[in-house]
Design a protein around this ligand. Structure first.
Ligand code: HEC
Ligand code: HEC
Length: 194
């Protein structure tokens, strides 16, 4: 018990550490987005490799989280092959720029209360309706339902490695994960940005 608390504390401290001081420029991003819009700019677009699910919405996502996600693909912490290839070709500046572009235009946080006890636990970090107020905790409100479900399964199976989320999904059943994905995706928040 003590060990896992220490791990959580260390992880939170690492998350809270200031990101490298690369300032994102949403205007400069526009020249770099041609590589992204074919997938992230098409509502409901699904990839077929290696699994079939809708590509995540990036519009309105926290820029800090977007940069950390791209870094996780580059480092191999996240394994999706296409995104690993794409992130591997981006500089720190490119990542900051595209993150600034996608983050702009975030929806105001609604005040819907969490759906049930399970969603109440998630709300501590992701916000009551999934519009997380904390930059390192991704918004999940309005995200594609099958992407959310896939992400939860990936944490559970260890295909996506994150100590905080691994602990969260430990006791969730498939049915729980389906219900949580359905509820958070039905909230207003993230959007498809071209
Ligand atoms: C061939 C389709 C495709 C292209 C092109 C593509 N992506 Fe992705 N992207 C995906 C898929 C599929 C995922 C979800 C992968 C996973 O499950 O980890 C993803 C995930 C992401 C994530 C993580 C989102 C989250 O909520 O964790 C970010 C950030 C991202 N992409 C940014 C970009 C950027 C920036 C570009 C252009 C430079 C780009 N992508 C190009 C398909 C694509
Ligand atoms: C202690 C804080 C915390 C709690 C509680 C928490 N999360 Fe998370 N969640 C995170 C962090 C941090 C990440 C980013 C991890 C990463 O980079 O992979 C995340 C990522 C996610 C993602 C992936 C989002 C994306 O865009 O790829 C989903 C889905 C998610 N959480 C759902 C949930 C659900 C459902 C619950 C409740 C059962 C929950 N979380 C509880 C902190 C938390």
């Amino acid at each position: 018990m003590k060990g896992s608390h220490l791990l959580l504390a260390a992880t939170l401290a690492a998350l809270a550490a200031p990101a490298a001081a690369v300032q994102g420029d949403a205007e400069a991003a526009k020249a770099k987005l041609s590589m992204c819009i074919g997938c992230h700019g098409i509502p409901g677009y699904r990839t077929s490799f290696p699994d079939v699910y809708a590509v995540p919405k990036l519009g309105g996502q926290h820029s800090e989280y977007l940069v950390s996600a791209l870094q996780a693909y580059r480092s191999g912490e996240r394994s999706h092959p296409t995104m690993r290839g794409i992130a591997g070709g981006l500089s720190e500046q490119d990542m900051a720029d595209v993150a600034a572009y996608y983050a702009a235009g975030a929806a105001a946080t609604a005040s819907n209360p969490p759906a049930n006890d399970k969603a109440q636990v998630c709300a501590a970090c992701h916000g009551a309706d999934g519009n997380s107020p904390t930059p390192m905790f991704p918004r999940i409100a309005g995200q594609n339902e099958d992407y959310l479900y896939q992400a939860l399964q990936d944490y559970k199976a260890g295909r996506r490695k994150n100590p905080i989320m691994a602990a969260q999904v430990e006791t969730l059943s498939r049915k729980d994960m389906q219900a949580l994905a359905a509820w958070f995706s039905s909230q207003q928040g993230l959007f498809v940005k071209r």
